[in-house]
Design a protein around this ligand. Sequence first.
Ligand SMILES: [Zn+2]
Length: 255
Amino acid sequence: MNFIPLYNIGSTCYINSVIQVFFNMELLNNKLLEIDVSSDRLLQVYKLLYKQGNLLVNKKISPDDYYKINFLLTNELLKICSFKNEQNDAHEFLIKVLDTITTKEIKKFYSFYFDKIGKCDNCEKEIRYIHTIDNWFGLENIKDEFYGISKRECQNCKKDIIIKNSSISIPNYIIVYNMGNNIRMNFEINDKLYKMYFAICHIGNSASGHYFSIINKNNIYYKLDDTSFSIINTNFLKNVNITTIIYKKINSNNS
Ligand SMILES: [Zn+2]
């Protein structure tokens, strides 16, 4: 486990919990190392932090130097995202980050949309459901939609809507804002298996609380908490408030 610590530089655990997840998205980081992101300020700063973090892990820079870099770059991320240096919600920061990224090669890893056309079984009224990354994040029914248990009814006659046509993207990661119930470890979209790989969790209340993230690495679950990490049992997940879940597409040949 190559753990990159992130210092809490004043109520920044909500940022750290998000960046720790990004640090462990291997597909995304490998791509980032290949491409030029000089026109994408957010990715440029993130890439720098990731590189410096790896230098620290490999003992190529001192913890003191890393702390200074961590401090500067976190403040720069706050500025880019127009966030004030105070406690915020991790999912709001994450949405802002995903929206601020402009590099297409990176956006495609998590961009999600579906477009469904349904018809009422009774009055034949047609209804279209479209969701994209920009508007699905906070919708209450969206999780049911992912999990395939959503039931649609006609606004005219309350009969079931039958989905006639649908197109859906299959990104590498699907990020779901959790509304607090029925968390699934996996689900399928068009025969592709998605497995929960990352979670952002909150403890405490809205006035004073703390964020940390959980990651799955080779089926071992780790809790990443600012500058420390520990191995956890999956039962731990039942007792924390998971605010955001990030699912990873599992390839059938190399899981
Ligand atoms: Zn109807």
